[in-house]
Design a protein around this ligand. Structure first.
Ligand code: ZN
Length: 356
């Protein structure tokens, strides 16, 4: 059976927030029923058993999600507690007396978005090619002008298609390369063994390219399966940057237990993909987006926390968008006591300060 329960997203566009929830809920419950029955799963089994006489032999029986209002509360809590925010890891002061940490990140998806479901079109692949060919060098030049660091979350296949990106990113010695899946796979659509194998292949390839093992993870499309967090623990990651439970760094909990993994939270309003993708239905004016990002930074500065921005070379790297990033950097640089950092440096510092 085709494991994919929904058609691929429009090329070059991540799963929408609502889409991610729908996929996650369905896949999560499917995965659970195969390994540890829960009250909701039992309820589902009962319903299916009651319907069984109506099914003809050979029917493909597709389990439909049970609406949340029919779930027993212990099932709700069981699902809610899978991945949860633990203690606040925001330090009193960031290094160098910084009152705010600014973490720029670039998800170098390129061709992997059209490739991941095995249905690429030549046009979409060329759009991915732009990411490595034009956008990434433009972004690196801008970062070099200001001598500021950034983290690059790169699917392994992106690096295999354009291996020259690794040297370009590593040339200044300021930037970090971290894991972003093997081919931008959606974790919640995979069984545990496949998810683990792809994650290991991604780690191995980045380790070979970088000469050291990556310590950071960002789930493709920010999509966690019920197994993702335990795999990150098993494989020794320092931090994840895919969840949204805060604006400050925090420790991830798995089933209520501290994991020792630092979460550097993201947000859709701090992501260029849904806002700037010119083929998306939520396309915004880059100038309007700039105002949102400035406001987000200003409050982060006032509250003394963290500002994390997720961007994609094939969106932000265009001429009419890179000017917005340049203006944002200028705006941030007009403030004192800003600590620019890679995700790795921020996670290491937050963990150390908290005695994690
Ligand atoms: Zn991505």
């Amino acid at each position: 059976m085709n494991r994919r329960t929904t058609p691929p997203q429009s090329p070059g566009h991540p799963v929408s927030p609502s889409g991610a929830r729908r996929r996650g809920a369905r896949a999560t419950r499917g995965a659970r029923t195969s390994e540890r029955p829960r009250p909701a799963a039992l309820l589902l089994a009962g319903i299916l058993a009651a319907l069984a006489p109506a099914c003809q032999p050979g029917d493909t029986q597709q389990a439909e999600p049970i609406p949340g209002w029919e779930w027993p509360m212990d099932s709700v809590m069981d699902v809610v507690d899978d991945v949860r925010a633990g203690r606040d890891l925001n330090p009193e002061v960031w290094p160098g007396g910084g009152r705010v940490a600014v973490l720029l990140s670039f998800d170098v998806d390129n061709e992997t978005i059209p490739l991941r479901f095995g249905e690429p079109t030549i046009s979409d692949l060329s759009r991915g090619e732009y990411g490595a060919r034009v956008a990434l060098p433009r972004i690196l030049r801008l970062l070099d002008e200001h001598a500021i660091p950034a983290s690059f979350f790169v699917p392994a296949v992106s690096l295999m298609i354009a291996p020259e990106m690794a040297d370009a990113i590593q040339a200044s010695g300021r930037h970090e390369i971290a894991v972003h899946g093997f081919i931008h796979e959606l974790n919640s659509e995979l069984d545990r063994a496949t998810e683990r194998e792809l994650l290991v292949r991604a780690i191995d390839h980045l380790t070979e390219v970088m000469g050291e093992r990556p310590v950071g993870y960002r789930a493709p499309s920010w999509n966690f399966s019920p197994h993702t967090l335990e795999l990150l623990q098993e494989l020794g990651f320092l931090y994840d940057s895919s969840m949204m439970a805060d604006e400050r760094p925090y420790e991830l909990l798995a089933d209520g237990e501290p994991t020792g993994i630092v979460e550097l939270p993201v947000e859709w309003i701090l992501d260029d993909a849904p806002l700037l993708n010119p083929r998306g239905d939520r396309y915004s004016s880059p100038r309007d987006v700039l105002q949102v990002w400035k406001d987000e930074f200003d409050v982060a500065y006032r509250e003394g926390t963290m500002f994390i921005l997720t961007m994609h070379p094939h969106y932000i790297g265009h001429r009419s968008r890179i000017v917005v990033l340049r203006e944002l950097i200028d705006h941030i640089r007009s403030h004192d006591d800003v600590w620019w950092a890679t995700h790795r440096a921020a996670a290491e510092y937050a963990a150390e300060q908290a005695g994690l």
